[in-house]
Design a protein around this ligand. Structure first.
Ligand code: MN
Length: 381
């Protein structure tokens, strides 16, 4: 018929191979105008070219055929929205895999190159406070030489949720834990092969999630530093808006990125850091640990990373009961006061006092760890 394109001509016009065109026909993705009942030849209308080119583009960005089938019939603004959502999911999945790959690479390289000559000693403290406004405390804080954790629960059983998530990490396999809890831990715990770190972390997080199964409607943030095998690396587990900071050489740096609505608005340039502090929706989380957010979903994915520890480092984990009221200069000042003495107890007390002077509208959780060079064996008692 006049104007019809043979599959060869249509293929040249759309940069799709005849083989691909036959497949898309069979899948109902792109039907030819007609198929000759005798020869089986397919004929296409010129008006189908833009649609076919869209299919070709979507294949090029890696969209699965099933998803393309949903997009192709949509009018362009709707199609654009679907494609943007697909791409956001891809980038999220990619970022999560990149983090895992980074942990894996660092772990493997560390196995080959690290010779631990000076075991590092950790001093630690954890504290929570209900604050001046709330009548219950749903925050949990925990510290040992091999685990520092804070969690901020929400929902009717928020307190249970935060306590259970932290307990799951505490009960993680023995290679992340010391056999005893000495006053000055000298890094002599069982030597976990660093290659086990990934598995240990994944198991610990899965266990935390499974302990929330019977608390629907409740959940928790979780930010934790684990020290597998008492070694020179810390594994950071993070979901939600509790935060990890490092004070090193007098400078405070943040190790975590809030999984919150306001942080995402700051990231995309819609909101300034200053506006975020007073935003009415600053408590809205985009990710949390809960029965309602599976591990592989955009709302349930936990971030993992590895950090090398150095003597003199001071680590702080804190809930938003501190960080929503105290800015980073104030937190730095409070941490610096007790840093020369490596007195983490005092640091935790000072930070809670700081939040209380600023009104303490929310529960406050802090965990602080100082990294010291181990005392020489001769001077140990
Ligand atoms: Mn809170």
């Amino acid at each position: 018929m006049p104007g019809e394109l043979t599959i060869g001509a249509f293929s040249r016009a759309t940069a799709l191979t005849p083989k691909a065109l036959r497949l898309y026909d069979e899948l109902g993705l792109l039907r030819p105008l007609r198929t000759d009942p005798f020869t089986g030849y397919r004929y296409y209308a010129p008006e189908q070219v833009p649609q076919a080119r869209l299919v070709a583009w979507l294949r090029r960005i890696g969209m699965p055929l099933a998803a393309i089938r949903e997009v192709v019939p949509l009018e362009s603004t709707q199609a654009a929205a679907e494609i943007a959502a697909y791409w956001a999911r891809q980038e999220h999945a990619h970022a999560a895999r990149r983090d895992l790959a980074d942990v894996l690479l660092r772990t493997l390289r560390n196995e080959e190159t690290t010779v631990r000559t000076t075991p590092l000693t950790i001093r630690y403290a954890a504290m929570t406070d209900t604050g001046l406004v709330r009548d219950s405390n749903q925050d949990t804080a925990h510290a040992t030489p091999v685990l520092l954790a804070v969690a901020d629960g929400f929902g009717p059983d928020g307190g249970q949720a935060s306590a259970r998530a932290v307990a799951a990490l505490r009960d993680a396999p023995p290679s992340t834990q010391p056999t005893t809890e000495p006053e000055a831990d000298s890094g002599t715990e069982t030597d976990a092969a660093p290659g086990q770190v990934l598995g240990l972390l994944a198991d610990a997080v899965a266990s935390a999630r499974s302990r929330l199964r019977d608390l629907p409607g409740s959940g928790t943030t979780l930010t934790a530093l684990l020290r597998p095998g008492g070694g020179d690396q810390l594994a950071l587990v993070h979901i939600g808006d509790t935060r990890a900071y490092l004070l090193r050489d007098g400078r405070l740096s943040r190790l975590t990125h809030d999984h919150s609505l306001v942080q995402s608005l700051v990231d995309e340039g819609t909101l300034t850091e200053a506006e975020a502090v007073t935003h009415p929706q600053r408590g809205v989380l985009l990710r949390a640990l809960s029965a309602d957010a599976p591990a592989d979903s955009a709302t349930g994915a936990v971030e993992l990373s590895l950090h090398d520890i150095r003597p003199g480092d001071r680590y702080l984990l804190a809930s938003d009961g501190l960080t929503a009221v105290a800015d980073e200069p104030a937190i730095t000042a409070a941490l610096a006061a007790s840093h020369p003495d490596a007195d983490p107890d005092r640091a935790a007390r000072d930070l809670i006092a700081l939040a209380r002077t600023l009104g303490a509208p929310d529960n406050i959780a802090c965990a602080v760890a100082d990294v010291l060079p181990a005392p020489a064996p001769a001077s140990a008692d």
